[in-house]
Design a protein around this ligand. Structure first.
Ligand code: SF4
Length: 342
């Protein structure tokens, strides 16, 4: 990769609570190139969204980005940038698309006003110009009759239309990077596909980079070229998307793959990884996945695995990289079936 657009180095974001320190993001490093889509996948509680919010410095007390973290973007370190500099970057050079369009939009303003507001906040043009650009952006996101729709309120639009409005807001200033946090989770399957296609089209048009945060490997397969798998506040596997789907290495990634919905002739099998993500105040010693891992042995409790290099651009935080023969002795199921007959 040439000079990355965003370079995150050793990012740690902890929440200092009364019950202990929650190490929600713990030493995460990655780069995003210009025009690239990087996916971050993992279950809820693995640190994906806190990573995204840290990049935009939207972490609330008692959370904080710890010393030693660096977030380099367009020549600036976002960890130490002053508040005015950060306000100029948010919504302008880096914007965010949230999961739940209804709560991300203000119910008392028209959608046109809310899209136009993005341009006004960043001091671009008159009120009339901002409105005109808002209508153009709504048209670009495929909203029919955008002049009329711009005068409507969020509750007058469907969930898919509201998500298009949020995409219009996110792309209004033609940012270099869009962070999309579960952008299709609240939508039904057909609309999900349309929204992902729209994001890809607009990315090609504007050359924007995308950080796609999702629990759904299907969304990663559709959109990303490279993927980070997060567990326990850490990256546990990183690879190009094709490599990950062809040869996932980490047992957690294997579990996520096997938990993808599979429809057979008469059944929809719903598989889940046994157990739950532990609280971030109490990550287990050694490997943080060991309580749920079918291959865990005593070394996994004793030694915290480093990110082992297992291919040219492929890393995995699992001791199986150096003791592959251990795969012959699974002692737990990889996934549990909770499937229902269709
Ligand atoms: Fe499983 Fe051990 Fe690998 Fe962790 S290090 S994922 S417990 S085999």
């Amino acid at each position: 990769m040439n000079q990355p657009l965003l370079s995150v180095k050793n990012l740690s974001t902890f929440f200092h609570t009364e019950t202990g320190v929650a190490r929600s993001v713990d030493g995460v490093s990655f780069d995003i190139g210009a025009g690239e889509t990087l996916g971050i996948v993992g279950e809820s509680g693995c640190g994906k969204s806190v990573t995204a919010l840290s990049i935009l410095r939207l972490i609330q007390q008692p959370g904080r980005i710890e010393a030693g973290s660096r977030i380099e973007f367009e020549g600036k370190d976002l960890v130490t940038l002053d508040d005015a500099g950060m306000r100029d970057i948010r919504g302008n050079r880096i914007s965010m698309i949230f999961q739940e369009p209804m709560s991300a939009l203000n119910p008392v303003f028209t959608v046109g006003d809310q899209v136009a507001e993005v341009a006004r906040v960043h001091g671009h043009g008159s009120r009339g110009d901002a409105w005109k650009r808002a209508v153009e952006m709504l048209a670009l996101t495929g909203i029919p009759s955008p002049e009329e729709r711009a005068k409507q309120y969020p509750h007058q639009l469907s969930g898919g239309m509201r998500q298009r409005v949020l995409i219009a807001m996110a792309l209004m200033m033609k940012p270099a990077l869009v962070i999309a946090d579960e952008p299709t989770t609240a939508l039904d399957v057909t609309i999900q596909a349309q929204i992902l296609d729209l994001l890809k089209d607009l990315q090609a048009k504007f050359g924007t980079s995308i950080l796609m945060i999702t629990h759904d490997l299907g969304v990663i397969a559709e959109t990303a070229s490279r993927v980070l798998v997060m567990y326990g506040g850490e990256i546990v596997e990183e690879a190009d998307v094709g490599v990950l789907f062809a040869s996932a290495h980490h047992p957690y990634t294997e579990g996520l793959m096997n938990a993808m919905p599979q429809i057979t002739e008469d059944r929809e099998r719903l598989n889940v990884i046994p157990g739950t993500v532990p609280p971030p105040t109490a990550w287990p010693s050694g490997c943080r996945f060991r309580d749920r891992c079918q291959y865990a042995w005593d070394k996994c409790e004793r030694e915290h695995p480093p990110l082992y290099q297992i291919g040219e651009r492929h890393t995995s935080r699992c001791h199986l990289a150096v003791e592959p023969e251990r795969r012959a002795h699974p002692h737990l199921p990889l996934v549990e079936q909770i499937g229902a007959t269709l």
